[in-house]
Design a protein around this ligand. Structure first.
Ligand code: TXA
Ligand code: MG
Length: 347
């Protein structure tokens, strides 16, 4: 079904509550509205409405076994949505919410099974983004919101990228500028005794260990032959139309240059994702910088946006330099591996 997708442009310095109110009326009518968050843009819907949540799956073409995250604007809402919340879960909620962290709990009875994909646990996050929080408060509902991309594509980090995937499929987009972080939240299962990171994100294992000393990484994040516990982690994801390959190592850029020249000779349109210090060596290709190679925060901010930009230039192949899998590098490489369907080479 084709509809006109309305854009609400919001000035962060001077938030127009009337516009957010208008957008919240759409949510109350079970329509879909994309909203900015500090991680990536989310595709928001009434999280208590089965009908509205079904629309999310349809607009994204999302596999129906992949559950949604419910977003809240204040911690006191959690007890209506989740059961058996441990004291230590309450401590990290107090310390790290609002922020890029999603927690999994046993679900309460009011949550439609569409949200949890039939499971007995529910994912909950309180975003930090001020526009998201004001919007959720005005909706006065838990807001179901997966990343606002077509399933399998890179998550959108600005309103233009949302429009590219969702134009005509959703009622509105709240344009709050570019997402501060650029990769999705860390998903932590708090429903069992031992906390487990199901999806690495902006909050790293190393950082979270200072709050939860026994926290573990899901087996699939340590051994790639294991099946992930989080349904969303098993799908091909974050993928450009172009074929992508990632190279990691001390002089990875030299290998990238060699491969790029070979591919160009074979007639391919080559896109390059490199770092500031070597970018000028790639002038003969479509090249973009992921920033300073020592600045992982900048890299995560640039990653999805850059992949989408090279896709728009219709590159056939994208060659990217990756980073060591430690700290935020682990979360970045989790995304890059999926974008490249596992084609990551240590050189
Ligand atoms: O940063 C984010 O988390 C963004 C913004 C919009 O909040 N949202 C996001 O949602 O990335 P989505 O749907 O694209 O990813 C949610 C992930 C998926 O991998 C999903 O499988 C997992 O969380 N998930 C959701 N509910 C779960 C549950 N009950 N048990 C295990 N994994 C769950
Ligand atoms: Mg997603």
């Amino acid at each position: 079904m084709n509809m006109k997708t309305k854009i609400y442009k919001i000035d962060r310095e001077n938030i127009d509550l009337n516009k957010l109110k208008e957008a919240s009326e759409l949510i109350k009518k079970d329509e879909l509205v994309a909203m900015p968050t500090e991680t990536v843009y989310g595709l928001a819907a009434n999280g208590l409405s089965d009908l509205a949540c079904k629309k999310i799956f349809k607009a994204k073409n999302r596999p129906n076994d992949n559950p949604l995250i419910l977003h809240i604007a204040s911690i006191d809402k959690i007890d209506t949505l989740a059961k058996d919340i441990s004291d230590r879960a309450r401590v990290i909620m107090d310390k790290l919410w609002p922020g890029p962290m999603t927690l999994i709990f046993k679900k309460s009875d009011i949550i439609p099974s569409t949200v949890t994909a039939g499971g007995d646990t529910v994912a909950i996050r309180m975003p930090e983004d001020i526009i998201a929080r004001k919007f959720i408060s005005l909706c006065d509902l838990p807001i179901a919101a997966p990343s606002a991309n077509i399933s399998g594509r890179p998550s959108p980090t600005n309103a233009k990228d949302v429009l590219f995937d969702m134009d005509g499929k959703i009622s509105a987009i709240i344009d709050g500028g570019s997402s501060k972080i650029g990769i999705e939240s860390t998903v932590i299962d708090m429903s069992e005794k031992t906390p487990v990171i199901l999806r690495p994100g902006f909050y790293t294992y190393e950082f979270l260990k200072t709050y939860l000393d026994d926290i573990k990484l899901d087996d699939s994040l340590v051994d790639s032959s294991k099946i992930p516990k989080s349904p969303g982690q098993k799908y091909r994801h974050y993928a450009p139309k172009a074929k992508m390959q990632v190279y990691v190592g001390k002089n990875a850029y030299e290998t990238i240059k060699k491969v790029a020249q070979e591919k160009k000779k074979e007639g391919y349109k080559v896109g390059i994702l490199e770092f500031d210090d070597v970018l000028d060596q790639f002038d003969e290709f479509d090249n973009l910088s992921l920033g300073d190679r020592n600045d992982l925060i900048q890299m995560s901010h640039n990653l999805f946006t850059s992949i989408r930009l090279l896709d728009k230039k219709n590159c056939d192949i994208i060659l990217a330099e990756g980073v060591e899998e430690a700290n935020l590098g682990k979360s970045i490489m989790n995304r890059m591996k999926k974008s490249a369907s596992g084609l990551v080479f240590n050189v």
